[in-house]
Design a protein around this ligand. Sequence first.
Ligand SMILES: [Zn+2]
Length: 94
Amino acid sequence: MNFSRESSILNVMEPIVSNLFDDNYVKTNSLKCSCEKCKMDIILLTLNHVSPHYTSTQAGEAYIKALFLNPQLQSDVLREIIQSVKIIEEHPNH
Ligand SMILES: [Zn+2]
């Protein structure tokens, strides 16, 4: 996982949503349409439905990975991703 950012403020939900989405949909080829537009729309829609969790990039990868591995957080985020995939697949922006 790569969490490097130029800014010192990081919403850790961004790498978490994007990694969970990759692992569960992109790598398994389970998307109806896997174009960049749809993938981006699904991630954006999900991020707008989960509470942001801000940290500083100095908090480090260990902290982010610990959050990422939290099963409760993973299942909450995954539930939102599943909803977003449904919505975007039914109404793709192209
Ligand atoms: Zn598409």
